[in-house]
Design a protein around this ligand. Structure first.
Ligand SMILES: [Zn+2]
Length: 129
């Protein structure tokens, strides 16, 4: 239940470490922006959300809802998804590029390297200077 409390979780730390090691500078959990993005890269006018698949309703095995109490979970997760959408739209309307990284995209070394390399490429192609 603590996954959406905004506390640092391991996947976020992974992404931050990667960015820092590759020379990207960022702010974290900046409350000034909708949804308090996990990572804010002002130079790239980009925010990154690192989403847990279950809580944010990812269409992957880890996002599958439990059979018991299904209705409760459906409504709960649908609410989160709706809020994520609103935050993203708000950020994009203010000129931010929004990148969402799913927990399952960081799961094992192979997938993780691919995800992080793509992230670095996206950021490099998106410098606002
Ligand atoms: Zn997923």
């Amino acid at each position: 239940m603590s996954k959406i409390s905004g506390k640092e979780t391991k996947p976020e730390i992974l992404v931050r470490r990667f960015l820092f090691a590759n020379g990207f500078r960022y702010r974290k959990n900046d409350k000034r922006y909708p949804g308090k993005p996990d990572i804010v890269l002002p130079k790239y006018k980009t925010v990154i959300f690192v989403h847990g698949c279950f809580w944010h309703g990812h269409d992957c095995p880890a996002g599958k809802l439990p059979e018991s109490n299904k209705k409760f979970w459906e409504e709960k997760i649908a609410g989160n998804v709706e809020r994520d959408k609103r935050n993203k739209a708000e950020l994009e309307n203010s000129g931010w590029k929004v990148i969402t990284i799913w927990q399952c995209e960081l799961k094992n070394k192979e997938v993780r390297e691919k995800t992080l390399n793509e992230l670095a490429n996206t950021l490099h192609n998106n410098t606002y200077q």
